[in-house]
Design a protein around this ligand. Structure first.
Ligand SMILES: Cc1ncc(COP(=O)(O)O)c(C=O)c1O
Length: 421
């Protein structure tokens, strides 16, 4: 423990195998306030909204926002020669509407809130065709409400765009880490942006404070929201079709192994929660953070959970992996990760640019740097030579503008070539 702490403080990449992780999580999961039925309920709600989503975003497939799942043989050969077990990528980087994993939780929460408001006001019935929500009268009604959120960029994109599209007054409190192109995209989508010269924890505190002073304002609280969490968890039900298509039948001996980029923890935590429910002992989950922001790792390792701030350990939370620039983990999610997460690892920024480049070269897939954090997982956990189903979750990138992507690509190419010299 002391040795690993020294390495964390020196910003060296580490792997921490979680000693409290449960092989069989069923007893623990059974004691939580939320359970499998809530994930099914969320999935059904997304189904009710599909006609509306399809109308508002015709680029989605029948109004269901879901990502591709691929077997990455070329990448495997290049990066992990000799690897045992198949290497797969779950491309949440390519989720429509928001272009990141945040499309799962963020959009789910906006839809859930909308259903609650409309049913409460007798403007909707569960049996209605939800495309009525796009009609003028409901849009006008929703314009009397505000949906707000704090974000490092991607959650803002998902919630901001969906809320504005439904007619809400949509506000995003941006941390200083957010990239300019994400802010520009939001402004173009009719979202009001409040820029903060502080980190995500600060922006979240400001958003929460503002919401506390107003009426008809719903603040999506990334540090505490159960709705966001359930939206991510639905992925565990949806993946069953992907697994079937690829002939993947996980067992206790040959499990699914997920490598998930982690910021505040809602997205990877919700996915881990969903998968532990759906696959029990047949899945292992590993969370990835930048070396300068290992807030979930430290929060769980020290037992301080959401009270922890990496700044207290002399770490600056400055990283080019903008989506993962979070100094304090979610207080709601981190205590669950003590039992549901099998391990944590940290990654260096520069290496992520190399992976961004290599993924394009080998598989033709474009991602943003944060989205690459899971890629070193099989190596750093030492599982690369185990015959398991390695599933790397890439989490953002679809909407990165071409010129910005090219710069990152060439940066990665240079870094890769230099590392070969
Ligand atoms: C690209 C990307 N990956 C992963 C994450 C991590 O999600 P969370 O903050 O819920 O842990 C984020 C968060 O914004 C992100 O933008």
């Amino acid at each position: 423990m002391k040795e690993i702490m020294n390495r964390i403080l020196k910003k060296e990449p580490v792997f921490y195998k979680n000693p409290a992780a449960l092989d069989d999580p069923s007893g623990y999961l059974g004691k939580l306030d939320i359970g499998f039925d809530d994930i099914v309920d969320a999935e059904q709600r997304l189904g009710r909204f599909a006609p509306l989503v399809s109308m508002l975003f015709p680029e989605t497939k029948d109004g269901i926002i879901e990502s591709p799942f691929i077997k990455a043989d070329n990448f495997r050969e290049k990066v992990y020669p000799g690897m045992k077990g198949g290497l797969y990528f779950k491309l949440d980087s390519h989720l429509e509407v928001a272009g990141s994993i945040k499309a799962r939780g963020g959009i789910y929460e906006v839809l859930k809130v909308t259903e609650d408001i409309l049913i409460r006001n007798n403007l909707l019935d569960y049996n209605d065709d939800y495309s009525v929500i796009a009609g003028d009268s409901i849009r006008k009604f929703l314009s009397g409400f505000t949906v707000s959120v704090a974000s490092t960029g991607n959650l803002g994109l998902s919630i901001g765009i969906m809320a504005a599209k439904l007619g809400y007054n949509s506000r995003v409190h941006m941390s200083r880490d957010a990239k300019q192109w994400k802010k520009d995209r939001l402004t173009a989508g009719g979202v009001t942006m409040v820029e903060h010269d502080g980190d995500f924890t600060y922006a979240a505190a400001m958003g929460r404070r503002e919401a506390g002073t107003g009426n008809n304002i719903h603040f999506v609280d990334d540090e505490r929201s159960c709705n966001l969490f359930l939206g991510y968890a639905v992925s565990a039900l949806r993946i069953k079709g992907d697994l079937k298509k690829h002939g993947i039948e996980p067992t206790r001996e040959k499990p699914l192994v997920l490598y998930l980029p982690c910021g505040v923890g809602g997205a990877p935590g919700g996915i881990a929660f969903g998968f532990k429910h759906a696959f029990g002992e047949r899945v292992k989950c590993y969370l990835a953070e930048p070396v300068s922001s290992p807030s979930m790792l430290l929060g769980v390792m020290t037992g301080r959970f959401g009270q922890l701030n990496v700044n207290d350990y002399g770490l600056d939370n400055k990283t080019e992996l903008d989506g993962l620039a979070v100094a304090s983990p979610s207080d709601f999610v981190s205590p669950m990760m003590e039992f549901l997460c099998d391990g944590f690892f940290t990654v260096r920024d520069e290496k992520m640019f190399e992976y961004l480049y290599l993924l394009k070269e080998t598989e033709g897939i474009g991602i943003e740097p944060s989205a690459a954090a899971g890629i070193p997982g099989p190596g750093i956990t030492g599982l690369w030579d185990r015959d398991v189903f390695h599933i790397v979750w890439t989490t953002g990138g679809l909407f990165v503008p071409g010129d910005i992507y090219d710069k990152m690509y060439f940066r990665g190419k240079r870094a890769y070539e230099d590392s070969r010299d």
